[in-house]
Ligand binder design. Structure first.
Ligand code: SIN
Ligand code: FE2
Length: 216
């Protein structure tokens, strides 16, 4: 891992490099955190958080919802994207402009111009929830990067290699941090360790992640 500093319109943001196409932008979303959380609260009134099941019949430990023209869905048929929320039977709510701008700007800062996400997966982790190592490979093409924004309680992101058994680095993620991975790092395994119970001043006992993707 290497550290450097770069300037953006909000000042100096610390960038941690996890690979040629993978960076952590420390605190990059902090100026927008209150507004992002307010958007999540509005979105969940349209499409509530729910714990999805896997093809194997397991219930995921985090709860999820989506916004954007496509939403990521896991059910007994596996993982897929769809325009309709299976719970509400209505389209997923549109992606707020703030979300789309932040995703596009941070992708650009990390070296990926013209990122136009059509899907935002919103995950809510209560204490103890985790996400095991996986690759994001349900998208149509892997040319676009993945952008994740962390809000609320601290977590440890695991960033591995191209094979599940590869060594992982542990990256602490805090409120306002943004991770971008694309290019040759696009298919690296990653996950989130069980989230410790350290309440956050704004969000309380939860961590929320916004994961932006070009799915369709
Ligand atoms: C994901 O890998 O889809 C989400 C990662 C995160 O919660 O930060
Ligand atoms: Fe993922």
């Amino acid at each position: 891992m290497t550290l450097d500093l770069f300037s953006d319109p909000d000042g100096c943001v610390e960038r941690l490099s996890l690979g040629p196409g993978a960076s952590v932008l420390r605190g990059r979303a902090l100026p927008h955190a209150d507004a992002l959380f307010a958007e999540v609260c509005a979105l969940e009134r349209h499409s509530p958080f729910r714990r999805m099941t896997t093809a194997g019949g397991h219930t995921m430990s985090m709860a999820s919802t989506n916004c954007g023209s496509l939403g990521w869905i896991s059910d007994r048929n596996g993982y897929h994207y769809g325009a309709i929320d299976p719970e509400t039977r209505a389209p997923w709510p549109p992606m707020p402009a703030l979300f789309a701008h932040l995703a596009r700007d941070t992708a650009l800062e990390a070296g990926f111009p013209e990122f136009e996400p059509d899907a935002c997966l919103i995950n809510r982790y209560l204490p103890g929830a985790k996400l095991s190592l996986h690759q994001d490979r349900d998208e149509r093409d892997f040319g676009a990067p993945i952008v994740t924004v962390s809000l609320g309680m601290d977590a440890v992101f695991l960033f591995g290699g191209h094979v599940r058994a590869d060594k992982t680095v542990r990256v602490p993620l805090r409120h306002g941090d943004v991770v971008v991975w694309g290019g040759e790092d696009r298919l690296r395994y990653h996950g989130v360790m069980a989230v410790p119970d350290h309440p956050h001043p704004l969000l309380g006992r939860q961590r929320i992640s916004l994961t932006f993707r070009k799915a369709g």
